[in-house]
Write a protein that binds this ligand. Structure first.
Ligand code: NI
Length: 227
């Protein structure tokens, strides 16, 4: 699974986030990675407990909450509190790694299984050189660099890296999602079905067939989801 989620943040939210980033304290990024990942991690992060991080986290979570594609694609059960990272100068890359399967949320201590990883881009691709998020799906590498306010969600089990930023500053928000539907194939099938139902309803309105298919969607979700 590899899916772009467009326009998560509107221009006002991006401005508010950048105002917070202006007063942010940064720290070396090693603390949120596992041992293998920490060895190749060379970036900075916003202090988890900082006021700026709390404010940004609230904006980001509200934005994802109202985004229908994000919900349909990930079927979130638990979300790890989003964090923000910065790549520039000498702290400019994150080598190949797989994210830890289980994360402990810092505040609640809640365990979160990282079914899905999410990166939300906070500044424009023109603002920096390099810095692509490289995701290996087994067949080929996907080099991803999206507009500010757009996000990518991808299967947590993939090897990925952030290529060196050779000029400018790359700012992004990242977090993990434990899905109500653990099986990635089942989740994909539900997403495809939901998307097709939406298209049918847009073309023909609600008729007997779209109502029946909607029922099928919910019955599959009931069968597979752990709420
Ligand atoms: Ni990672």
């Amino acid at each position: 699974m590899l899916r772009e989620i467009k326009n998560v943040l509107d221009p006002g939210e991006l401005r508010a986030i950048h105002a917070e980033l202006g007063r942010a304290q940064w720290q070396r990024g090693g603390d949120s990675a596992g041992a293998q990942a920490a060895a190749v991690k060379n970036n900075e992060q916003l202090a988890h407990e900082s006021e700026a991080m709390r404010a940004i986290r609230q904006i980001v979570l509200q934005a994802f909450d109202r985004h229908p594609v994000f919900f349909s694609a990930t079927l979130p059960k638990r979300v790890f509190p989003p964090r923000v990272n910065r790549y520039s100068g000498a702290t400019n890359a994150f080598g190949a790694h797989v994210d830890n399967a289980i994360r402990f949320a810092p505040d609640s201590g809640l365990r979160i299984r990282t079914d899905i990883s999410c990166t939300l881009f906070l500044n424009q691709p023109e603002d920096y050189e390099g810095g692509e998020l490289l995701i290996r799906d087994g067949f080929r590498d996907h080099a991803i660099k999206l507009a500010a306010g757009d996000a990518i969600v991808y299967t947590g089990s993939t090897v990925h890296e952030v290529l060196p930023v050779t000029g400018g500053v790359r700012l992004a928000c990242f977090f993990w999602i434990e899905s109500m539907v653990r099986d990635a194939t089942a989740r994909q099938l539900l997403f495809d079905l939901d998307t097709t139902i939406m298209r049918l309803r847009a073309a023909h309105g609600d008729d007997e067939s779209s109502i029946a298919l909607t029922g099928t969607y919910h019955n599959l979700l009931r069968m597979w989801a752990e709420a």
